[in-house]
Design a protein around this ligand. Structure first.
Ligand code: GDP
Length: 534
């Protein structure tokens, strides 16, 4: 490998930043994404992402389903340039389309942006996604949104993050007033005040007025009470004393916090500039041969998401691969760890929203879409050169359970085939009753959409009309110390024992309360909400 290629690779890694946004529906993720793209010049007018989505023609049954439900099932990757950086924004499906893919996407991210509605603070979906970030020790950047609307006290919000998530906070900027009286933010990085101008929707980059804290003109711009309040707040923040500690940020122990209003573009650029300074570039990943640095010259990556049948004419599937090391080039022949075969990657795609564009090369931190005629499964490693395998992606704790029934015995074979393939692909988790007479699979999912997708695909791809019978459970725990521990524990109250696809014991509970009861009564059971990598 020539030095030139290595330098090329090092430069590419140095300039790449990759992140996912975690938030609860309605916090403003779509809006913030658009504004980030606007600054990145990837779109020229905000509103384009949504408009593009609306204009999209229904090219498949799959998209037909998306259209009918008015949602986007596809998790896409948006790549844009800003200030010499190549930024990859991994979109995590959020709303009704919440599914395991939302979690898996975080396995491909190097950083997370936690978006919070100033009036609501931490919400359930954000907390869940935070747990996954914490497990992966991802650096988390917090953006408190909708400051132009009435909201909670900033200190109270920081306190909530510290107390409930166990994350130290460091406010990089600080709001001046809120709601009707929102006047701007104080940027602690250079002691300047960025004034907020009220305007309707910010479709272009905002031109902000910036003055320094000591500037006598400040009185002209800020009402006196807000100015005094700000001075008091600044003093208080100094007294609180925490410094921005990038090591702690990178270890996922401290979160830099920003305040703004995505809808009006306010604070978005301040955020982006600071984010690029503080965020982690692609770093080494754990593998079967130890941690491999992204500048390792041979290509490797892993599959974190599969998208099925975007185009029914081709029955195509796309496997999304996170590039981890080396340079990816079109037509590359790679080794596929799980099957031991070689595969030529001839139709790589870059993804911008729904448009698929062919790519020639990609670098660590990027995501590529590969045509996948049933070869790839979630967690698969592909590599060139000496063998290595990345850690798999775990199964996340499902919260919805249902029997999937096949009322037509003559379709038994298709039914089995469908279930096996959808499970392998990671569309849904499958569990079984321990009662030998109950042969029907139990679908286990994190979002209702996964059930709909399974039924839809069972019919359209395997020709089997199925029925879903919901089960009254909402909490699952794997018993890490296995069947012998379950047997020893004897009768377990208020839960049922099932087995996952790898025949490992899983307990299902109606609620957390019942779970806590078992934890108390049976400390010998090692319960985990994440499956061992199968
Ligand atoms: P998502 O569900 O997280 O993608 O949220 P959206 O981006 O669709 O935003 C939800 C709603 O909040 C929309 O009506 C937005 O216009 C609105 N919104 C987003 N950001 C702001 C903001 O900064 N201020 C105000 N007032 N509204 C906002």
């Amino acid at each position: 490998m020539s030095n030139e290629i290595i330098t090329d690779l090092e430069n590419a890694v140095e300039k790449r930043r990759n992140f996912a946004i975690i938030s609860h529906p309605d916090a403003g993720k779509t809006t913030l994404t658009e504004k980030l793209l606007l600054y990145g010049g990837a779109i020229h007018q905000a509103g384009a992402v949504k408009a593009r989505r609306d204009q999209r023609k229904a090219t498949s049954d799959w998209m037909e389903m998306e259209k009918q439900r008015g949602i986007s099932i596809t998790s896409t990757v948006l790549q844009f340039g800003y200030d010499n950086f190549q930024i990859n924004l991994l979109d995590t499906p959020g709303h009704q389309d919440f599914s395991e893919d939302t979690y898996r996407t975080l396995a491909a991210a190097d950083n997370a942006v936690m978006l919070i509605d100033a009036a609501k603070g931490l919400e359930p979906q954000t907390r869940k996604l935070f747990e996954v970030c914490k497990m992966r020790e991802l650096p988390i950047f917090t953006f408190v949104n909708k400051m132009d609307r009435p909201g909670r006290e900033p200190l109270e919000l920081l306190d909530e993050i510290e107390r409930e998530l166990g994350l130290q906070t460091y406010a990089v900027n600080w709001p001046i007033g809120i709601g009707d009286r929102f006047a701007g933010v104080y940027n602690r990085r250079d002691q300047t005040i960025h004034l907020f101008e009220r305007r309707e929707h910010g479709s272009r980059e905002a031109q902000e007025t910036v003055i320094s804290l000591g500037d006598p003109k400040i009185e002209k711009y800020l009402p006196q009470d807000l100015y005094y309040q700000l001075k008091e707040d600044i003093e208080l923040l100094e007294e609180l004393g925490s410094e921005l500690d990038l090591e702690m940020v990178h270890a996922g122990q401290m979160t830099p916090v920003f305040f703004g209003s995505a809808m009006t573009n306010f604070g978005v650029q301040l955020f982006l500039d600071a984010f690029l300074d503080y965020a982690l570039k692609p770093i080494g990943r754990q593998s079967s041969v130890g941690i491999v640095d992204p500048t390792y010259p041979e290509f490797s990556g892993f599959v974190f998401k599969l998208q099925a049948n975007m185009d029914p004419k081709h029955r195509d599937r796309v496997a999304f691969v996170r590039v981890c090391t080396g340079k990816f080039e079109k037509d590359m022949v790679v080794n596929h760890v799980r099957t031991g075969k070689t595969v030529r990657l001839s139709r790589p795609q870059k993804l911008f929203a729904q448009d698929r564009e062919s790519i020639e090369e990609a670098y660590p931190g990027d995501v590529i879409g590969l045509n996948n005629p049933g070869v790839f499964a979630i967690g698969d490693t592909i590599y060139v050169g000496s063998k290595l395998e990345y850690e798999g992606i775990p199964c996340f704790s499902p919260e919805l359970f249902a029997y999937l029934k096949n009322p037509n015995p003559s379709k038994f074979k298709q039914f089995q085939k469908g279930i096996t393939e959808l499970q392998e692909e990671g569309a849904v988790q499958i569990m079984y009753s321990t009662d030998d007479f109950k042969r029907e699979p139990i679908l286990a999912a994190v979002g209702q959409l996964q059930f709909d997708v399974v039924q839809f695909r069972m019919l359209s791809e395997y020709g089997v009309e199925t029925q879903v019978e919901l089960l009254p459970y909402s909490v699952a725990r794997w018993v890490r110390n296995g069947w012998s521990a379950v047997e020893k524990a004897g009768r377990l109250f208020n839960c049922i024992t099932v087995k996952d696809n790898w025949n490992r014991p899983v307990l299902l509970f109606k609620n957390e309360w019942n779970l806590n009861q078992i934890i108390e009564d049976h400390p010998e059971l090692e319960l985990s909400n994440i499956a061992p990598v199968g």
